[in-house]
Structure formats: structure tokens, C-alpha cells
Design a protein around this ligand. Structure first.
Ligand SMILES: [Zn+2]
Ligand SMILES: [Zn+2]
Length: 79
């Protein structure tokens, strides 16, 4: 069973600075800071719209995979 989205369970992934604050700045293609006040991108936080699920990881794609698992658990608990 492959579920990409469920109503009310949309995934939002936000980049974060090393101190955990959200980074909405322009970065170089290597993730380095371009703007004053930006300390660079440390990791990502993925938050589900249901607010019951969130995780952090340095790799954007892993959050997608873990969120897919969250959807599978909601859909029937198969592991
Ligand atoms: Zn959810
Ligand atoms: Zn930033």
C-alpha cells in the first residue's frame, strides 16, 4: 500500500539553523549562509498537519520516508 498523502496529514518540511530556529534565507547550493543573520542550514524538521507527528533529520528525503510510515500506521498499522 502506497499512500502519499492523507487528508489532514500533509507534510511540511522546514530547514533549521544550528540553534534550531527556522531558516527561510537564501543559501548557496552547498547550504552555506548568504545573508546577514543567517548561520547556515543545520537540519530539517518535518511536521505533519495533524500535529501528532514531527521529526528532525539532516536529510530531507528521510523525513519524507518517515512521514510515509506515519501514514501507513494511520492506514492500518502494518509495519
Ligand atoms: Zn499526521
Ligand atoms: Zn538562515
Amino acid at each position: 500500500m502506497t499512500l502519499k498523502t492523507l487528508p489532514g496529514h500533509e507534510l511540511t518540511v522546514l530547514p533549521r539553523h544550528p540553534d534550531g530556529t527556522p531558516c527561510a534565507h537564501e543559501l548557496t547550493e552547498h547550504g552555506k549562509a548568504l545573508e546577514a543573520g543567517c548561520t547556515g542550514r543545520e537540519d530539517y524538521v518535518g511536521v505533519c498537519a495533524c500535529a501528532q507527528w514531527w521529526e528532525t533529520d539532516e536529510v530531507h528525503g528521510l523525513l519524507d520516508a518517515r512521514h510515509a510510515r506515519h501514514l501507513r500506521e494511520l492506514a492500518g498499522g502494518e509495519s
